[in-house]
Design a protein around this ligand. Structure first.
Ligand SMILES: Cc1cc2nc3c(=O)[nH]c(=O)nc-3n(C[C@H](O)[C@H](O)[C@H](O)COP(=O)(O)OP(=O)(O)OC[C@H]3O[C@@H](n4cnc5c(N)ncnc54)[C@H](O)[C@@H]3O)c2cc1C
Length: 369
């Protein structure tokens, strides 16, 4: 069977070989090779087009992703924003405008408290707290604001990217035209504090929304110019009650019901006291909101300071308060003002604008100036 089958195949092959025209075979071979060349050509051109297109796309994406960042206001928020911007790969240039001179910034005397979660975030951004003069307590870091600002300015200068510092330069409409004319994509971060105008100049609405915090408060500042600057940690006391019997008999009746929260903060030369209580119409609160007897508030702050001050601080007298303490004359409603617009994109100059820090929201602190 097998032998018969083989023979059949052989005879067929023989017949094929015998009937094949060599010219036709050559033409067929030629056609096949031409087709293969065309296919290879098409495939290669497709690959070349793909590589070129993806290169162009990557370049366009890269160009679009590159940012010039403009920070307006070199307070704690502005300089921290500048630090974050420089750490971002997409930022190719940083420009900072600050109204005050560098020397005046570094001399700023008030204290800032950096909360534990912010300490660890800032450590991750390269802030070496071991090289900063300040005080640690319960994971919180207290320092003079000028020390923090000076330190951040120094580390911004260590980055390889170009940083254009413009101290003693108030950001105004003229400078906004300079920002518009910078080529490429730009991000302006307005951190010029609660009275800042930069965001308005750059096209954001000035409208604010006011929220009640549901809290009444009062604030006092005691200046102790004879002290040298020493950072101090915050003191917080809850459930503080006042006996106002000497002023108003009706207020005396609810003594014990009105429980205030007290915070004493600031450095050794300027001590701040903040009192807060949830909105209530108790007699004590009503009295403190309506009676304009300044001595009542002064005595409350004096008593609060002397009772809850740090053990290493001297008590203060009534006459010292008269000359060295500013305070809210009565309890006021604490309100939060928040900008209605905090971000915008201005297409014709490819500019993003955002507001941060006290430039975007603030409270109505009242020290009875
Ligand atoms: C007296 C005082 C005591 C304080 N005590 C404490 C405390 O004990 N603990 C605490 O945590 N916080 C404290 N704070 C609050 C803290 O300082 C603020 O929350 C913080 O400064 C807000 O930072 P900021 O960067 O948003 O604004 P700011 O610090 O107000 O910075 C705004 C910057 O913008 C600049 N600027 C304004 N307009 C322009 C312009 N047109 N062009 C260029 N630059 C401009 C200003 O010169 C300033 O440097 C205190 C604040 C004050 C005023």
């Amino acid at each position: 069977m097998l032998v018969l089958f083989d023979r059949k195949i052989n005879s067929t092959l023989h017949r094929v070989t015998m009937t094949c025209d060599p010219d036709e075979l050559a033409r067929a071979m030629y056609m096949m090779s031409t087709n293969a060349t065309v296919h290879i050509g098409i495939t290669l051109s497709a690959i070349v087009v793909f590589i070129a297109t993806s290169h162009v796309c990557r370049q366009i994406r890269k160009d679009l992703a590159q940012l010039t960042v403009i920070v307006i206001g070199a307070g704690p928020i502005g300089l921290t924003a500048a630090l974050l911007a420089l750490r971002c790969k997409r930022v190719t240039k940083l420009i900072i405008y600050e109204e005050e001179s560098r020397a005046r910034l570094e001399k700023r005397s008030y204290q800032i408290a950096i909360q534990p979660q912010h300490v660890s975030f800032l450590r991750g951004c390269g802030v070496d707290f071991d090289n900063l003069e300040g005080l640690w307590e319960d994971g919180c870091f207290y320092t003079r604001v000028g020390i923090y600002l000076g330190y951040i300015i120094n580390i911004l200068q260590l980055y390889k990217k170009p940083v254009d510092f413009n101290f003693s330069t108030k950001f105004s409409r003229d400078l906004s035209a300079c920002v518009d004319s910078i080529s490429g994509r730009k991000l302006a971060i307005c951190c010029d504090g609660r009275n800042g105008l930069a965001s308005r100049v750059l096209g954001l609405s000035d409208e604010s929304i006011h929220h009640s915090t549901g809290v009444y408060g009062a604030l006092a500042a005691i200046e102790k110019n004879n002290e040298t600057y020493v950072p101090k940690s915050e003191i917080r006391v809850h459930n503080v009650g006042f006996d106002l019997s000497a002023y108003n008999s009706a207020a005396y009746e609810d003594e014990g019901k009105s429980k205030f929260n007290l915070k004493i903060f600031g450095n050794s030369t300027c001590r701040f006291l903040a009192l807060a209580i949830n909105k209530t119409d108790s007699n004590v609160v009503k009295t403190l909101r309506t009676v304009l007897d300044k001595s009542m508030m002064r005595n409350i702050f004096l008593k609060c300071f002397n009772t809850y001050k740090r053990a290493d601080e001297a008590s203060i007298s009534d006459s010292f308060c008269l000359h060295h303490m500013r305070f809210s004359p009565r309890l006021y409603e604490i309100k939060l003002s928040q900008r209605a617009e905090i971000a915008a994109y201005i297409a014709d100059c490819d500019l993003f604008v955002i507001t941060e820090g006290e430039a975007s929201r603030s409270y109505n602190f009242n020290t009875g100036k």
